[in-house]
Design a protein around this ligand. Sequence first.
Ligand SMILES: [Ca+2]
Ligand SMILES: [Ca+2]
Length: 641
Amino acid sequence: MRQDRGSSGDLRWSALWGKPSKGETRSSALWGKGGRGFLATLVVGIALAAPAAYADGSASYKAYTTPGLIAAAQANPKGTFDVILMGGDHPTGWLAKQIAGFDSAKAKVKRQYSSISGVAARLTGSQVLTLAKNGHVASITYDSPVQLAGGLSNKQRWPFVSGVQKFWASGSAAATPTIAVVDSGIDASRADFGGRVVAQVNLSSLPGNSPGDGRGHGTFVAGIAAGSGDGYAGAAPASKLVSIDVMDDQGMAMTRDVIAAADWILANKDKYGIKVANFSLHSSQPNSFMYDPLDKAVERLWFSGVVVVAAAGNYGVSGQPSGVPFAPGNDPFVITVGADDVDGSTSTMDDMAAPWSAYGYTLDGFAKPDIAAPGRYMVGPASPNSTLALERPESVVASGYIQLSGTSFAAPVVAGGAAQILAVHPSWTPDQVKGALMLTANRTPAALPLSEGVGVVDVGKAVGAASGPNPNAALRAFVKADPAGGALPVFDAASWANTAKANASWASASWADASWASASWSSASWASASWSSASWASASWADASWSDASWADASWASASWADNADGDDTTSSGEWVDPAELAALLGLPVPPADTSAAPDLSATAPAAAATDSSAPASDPTAVTTDATVAPASDPAASLLP
Ligand SMILES: [Ca+2]
Ligand SMILES: [Ca+2]
C-alpha cells in the first residue's frame, strides 16, 4: 500500500519547468500561474530589449528563453520546436524574414503579429539556438497552450481526471444550477466567485463565527466546486453559489446547525435554483441511517430533487477499511465521495484512494463511498486571513491559493460535476445523476476493493450517458408517502429492515438494469459487494437497541478521529499537468521533452521532494490533533480538511 508519492515528487521538477526556487511552484515556472514574478521578469526583459535572463547560464545566448529550451535545442538540434519569438530593436517583419531565410524545410512562420513585433514559428533546435544568439531577438518561448478555451483554465490534473474542463467553454456552462455549500462560509468578495455567491446564511449557533469565512474551508470547497479564478477554475465555474455557514472560525459545527442548513435549502431551493448541495463534513456519532436525523434531513433534500454530495471522511488509516458510520456520508441515497490520489498522471489506472480516505460498510451494511474524485494535493482559493491559511503557511502555493488534501475537496468535484450534468439534463432526478456518475466512472484497478467505490468520476462521460440507471432502485421500493401528511415522501425504514432481514439479496434490484453491464468496472462484483448482510447483521442485529451505548465512543475516540489527511505533505505544490501531458489532452502539438538537466536535480533537491520521504505523512500511524476535529464525546459535526 503506497502511503506516499514515491519518486513522482522528483519527476515534477523536470528541466522543462526549470528548477524552482523555494516558494516557486512548478506551475509558475512555465505557465505563470501563481508566478507573477516570472511574468514580470519576462515583461521587463522584453521592454528593455536587453534580455535579463540566460536560460543555460551562457552569455552567448542573448534572448530570453523558456527555462530548459536551450538545453532541449542543444540536445535535439534537428528536432521540431513550436515557439513564439519576439523581436528586439528591429522593425516588425524582420523576424519573419530571418526565418524565411533559413535553409531548411522545417522552418515555418505560423503567425505574424501586427500588435507586437513577433511571430509564432516552427523551428529546428539548431535554428532556435541561432536565433537565441542573434542579439536582435528579445525572447523565444514555447508555443504552449497557456489558456484553455473560454477564458477558464486550471492546469491541475483534477479537472482533466474528472472530465469537468470539457464544459468550461460550452454554452451549457451558463445553465449549471446553483450549488449550496454547507460549510464554514464563503469569502464572496474573492474574484474566484465573480459575484456568483447569491446568498449567505449564518446558521452557526457557536460563538466565534466571523462573517464571510473565518475558517477558509468553505471558500476552498466552493472554489473546487465553482471557482472561476484565473488559472483556478472549478468544476462548474458558472454556477451560482449559496453559502450556508455552519462552522465557526476553528472549524467546529453542531449537528443541529447542519440539519438547519438542510431545512434552509429545502425552504429556499426554488428561490435560488439550488439543485446540488455539498456537505464536506460529517457527524461525530456513529449511527444507522434509519434513525439519524441528519440522514433524514439529507434524504428529504434528495427526495425533493436536490443532489446531495457528501465527503466520505478522512478517518481511514493506512488504506484499511474504516467503515463509514457517520451521517450524512452513511446515507445510502446520497452520493458519498472518497478521495482519489491521481498519482502524477491523468490516467486512473494507477490511482488509489488516499490512505486516509474512509471506506467500508455503513452500520446498515451499505458499501461507501459510492465513487471517488481527486482529493489529494488539491490547490484552491484560501483567503490569507483565514485560520486555515494562517495555520499552514507552508501550504500556500501562490497569493490567496493553498494546497490541501481531504475528501472535503473530492466532494465538490462531484458537486460541480453534478451541476454540469444537470445543465444538459435538467429533468434528471438525483437518482439519475448518481446513476450516470456511477455508470461512467473510470475503474481504478490498482485501488483496494471498495476504497474508491466503483471508480473515479468522469463527468464528460456522465453528461454523455443516455440516462443513468438507478443505483437506488432497490431502496426506492421503500420510499412512501409521508404518513404525517407532508408533501415529500419518506423512507420507510421499518419496512426496509424487515425485507432486508428476510431477504439478503434485496439490494440486487438496484443492479438488475442491463445498462450497468456497460460500465468499465465490474458491475457483478459491485452488485454483490454493495450491500453486506453480514456487516449489517454484525452491526445492527447484535443489539436490539440503537442506543449510543451500542456504539461505544471508545472505539472511535482516538485513532479514527485522527485527521490523517492532515499528515499529508503540506509542502506539495499540487498536481499539475506537464506541457506534454496537457498538449496531448488538448490534441495540440507536444513540446519536446527535455531530460538534459536531470543530474542537476540531485544537487538541488527541491523542498517538496525532499519532504516527501521524511514528512510525517509517511507514517500512517501518526495521529495528529486538529482544532477542526470535534471531540468524540461531543454531538458535533466535524469539518473535514
Ligand atoms: Ca464560518
Ligand atoms: Ca493517475
